[in-house]
Design a protein around this ligand. Structure first.
Ligand SMILES: [Zn+2]
Length: 151
């Protein structure tokens, strides 16, 4: 949703993940220390996700890669398939969203991938994500970037 191209795989073996990271020049994000170490030893870009809470983990990731913790729907990608999303007219989503949702919300986005075509709106899930981002930003502000020489 922050606009970064991501692939989420939780059913692949470590070797498959390492191979895909290398093949597609990806950054491997993992909370598995052993996998992180193996990736580092093999010279692959990898980041060990650490933190007690989701905002903490997000803040650590944002600090490392200087990510802007802001949702701009124009740059967002479909959380389901990773394709770009586009704002759509209300008429276009009638019947595709629950009637109560259609009544309450006026702005909708749709995934541009025709095989996915998921519809999004700023409902409770969206608000929860924005709260997570706000908390992560507060953590970032309270612990400013310290030079580590990693760059
Ligand atoms: Zn999609």
């Amino acid at each position: 949703m922050l606009g970064y191209e991501t692939v989420y795989e939780n059913d692949r073996s470590d070797n498959e993940l390492l191979a895909a990271t290398k093949r597609d020049s990806l950054i491997l994000l993992t909370s598995d220390e052993e996998l992180y170490r193996t990736a580092s030893i093999r010279g692959l870009e990898s980041f060990l996700i650490q933190g007690r809470t989701e905002p903490e983990r997000l803040a650590n990731l944002a600090r490392r890669y200087n990510l802007a913790l802001k949702i701009n729907p124009k740059d967002s990608r479909c959380p389901t398939c990773g394709s770009p999303i586009r704002e759509t007219s209300k008429d276009e989503v009638e019947g595709a969203v629950p009637p109560a949702t259609f009544k309450v919300y006026s702005t909708f986005w749709v995934c541009t991938n025709p095989n996915c075509a998921k519809v999004y709106w700023q409902g409770s899930h969206w608000k929860k994500i924005e709260q997570t981002l706000e908390t992560a930003k507060k953590i970032l502000d309270s612990k400013p970037n310290t030079p580590t020489g990693a760059k």
